[in-house]
Design a protein around this ligand. Structure first.
Ligand code: HEM
Length: 417
């Protein structure tokens, strides 16, 4: 199993959820009713629609049973009704790619209102046109290739080394998802808002962890539900961010230096004719703090689980990472066609093909894709060259409807002989 396959499996979980919610479009607007040929499907119960079935946990990593049943019955494009919204669902890669490519032309981004409540109405994921492009370019000043090379690679690598070193002392084992999530969060929280979460007992990470658990849960906001805890998490984080914003803006310009991403956003806001306002800035920081650790840690956990189950893949990965050193200045002739032609057995999916959409596509191509890959690769590098591990317990994966590890995944880390 190649890394591409692993990444694709992990990311599919996200993509499925995202495709579902992206497909509210201008479809058929203005066409006379008679000419409409809507996709087949069912809308379920009044109000509830087919929501309960959608939110049922799935015990395997195959296509969500909710989707599989409809695929068999109606084909890859069908209608349904979820959390009070009628929508068209696409399981057709070519059509899904077209929707992504046609954003702001034939289609316009839309998310369910529960997402907007969690991420805020002024968020980048809801922004359009020049404002959207402006915010993306701002984010890329931190997560783009130049900054990754200049600043983040070093921080990510030392965080991975320190983290793995600390696992060695945990005789009772480590729950990988939470541990990698905290590790990545501590790197990004420092870069984004100069926040040292370990110093405050991990309290901000806990708020985001509640958001992770509640984001794809049934959006019922009453005390005790996962969605309620998620909203409480947002409230606490937003309060801290607002406080920091006020403090920074009130500091005399002469003493305030631009040290982190928050300062950069404030500088941008304070420029004459700036399109950014306080709400946009706060929602952006909230989303980045969330997005920069949540999916990557879930991905890393799934990779470690797959590697635990596939010694051959682990062996290949280790060899790749322990491989030759290429001296600076070497000339390298690359043969990209070998990847396509040299396929023993079944061909594997190749990242970068138009059907590979783990990081979205078109205008919405994940702005943190490079950073996420850097995180995973660096962590795995530090892991496999120096350590081995034993799976202790957990590792069961379910869709709920996003990927979950209900029992966590506990391992014991050992230094290689
Ligand atoms: C394995 C890790 C990751 C996966 C699978 C992933 C996946 C995605 C996908 C599928 C989208 C498109 C959403 C849509 O079409 O509406 C997206 C958007 C986004 N991602 Fe990621 N992501 C990952 C890591 C990250 C990281 C590390 C960051 C931050 C540094 C990040 C920040 C964002 C942002 C800000 C957007 C919105 C972009 C926009 O609206 O223009 N992601 N991500």
């Amino acid at each position: 199993m190649s890394m591409h396959y692993l990444t694709a499996v992990v990311s599919l979980i996200l993509v499925v959820a995202i495709l579902l919610i992206r497909l509210a479009s201008k479809w058929g607007n203005g066409r006379p009713c008679k000419a409409r040929l809507l996709p087949p499907g069912s809308r379920g119960l009044p109000l509830l629609g087919e929501t309960l079935e959608f939110f049922t946990a799935a015990p395997t990593l195959e296509l969500l049973p909710f989707l599989k049943r409809r695929l068999d019955r109606y084909g890859p494009i069908f209608v349904t009704s979820l959390v009070g919204e009628e929508m068209i669902v696409s399981l057709d890669p070519a059509f899904s790619a077209r929707v992504l490519q046609q954003e702001e032309r034939a289609f316009q981004i839309w998310y369910p209102s529960s997402f907007m409540r969690v991420f805020g109405a002024d968020n980048i994921i809801n922004a359009l046109g020049p404002l959207h492009r402006h915010i993306r370019s701002l984010v890329l000043r931190l997560f783009g290739p130049e900054s990754l090379r200049r600043a983040l690679l070093h921080d990510v690598q030392s965080a991975a080394r320190d983290e793995l070193q600390s696992w060695l002392h945990r005789r009772q084992g480590v729950e990988v998802r939470a541990a990698t999530s905290r590790m990545i969060f501590s790197v990004t929280a420092k870069k984004l808002i100069s926040h040292d979460d370990a110093a405050s007992g991990g309290s901000m990470w806990k708020c985001f962890d509640a958001c992770t658990r509640g984001l794809l849960a049934f959006p019922l906001c009453v005390p005790g539900t996962a969605f309620y805890k998620c909203m409480q998490g947002r409230k606490n984080v937003m309060r801290t961010l607002k406080q920091q914003l006020d403090e920074r803006r009130n500091a005399a310009v002469a003493i305030r230096e631009t040290v982190d991403f928050f300062d950069l956003v404030i500088d941008e806001m304070d420029r004459p004719d700036s399109e950014l306002n306080e709400n946009i800035a706060l929602d952006l920081l909230f989303l980045l703090l969330f997005a920069s650790h949540e999916t990557t840690s879930m991905g890393l956990t799934a990779i470690l689980k797959f590697l635990s189950d596939n010694p051959k893949a682990l062996q290949e990965l280790t060899e790749e990472h322990e491989g030759y050193t290429i001296p600076e200045g070497s000339k390298i002739m690359i043969c990209p066609s070998a990847a396509h032609l040299n396929t023993e057995g079944t061909p594997e999916p190749v990242g970068g093909s138009k059907d590979f959409m783990a990081f979205g596509g078109g205008l919405r191509l994940c702005v943190g894709a490079d950073f996420a890959k850097l995180q995973m690769a660096t962590f795995l590098h530090c892991l496999v060259i120096k350590y081995r591990w034993e799976a202790i317990s957990g590792g069961r994966m379910v869709y709920y409807p996003g990927l979950r590890f209900p029992d966590g995944f506990h391992i014991r880390l050992l230094v290689k002989d």
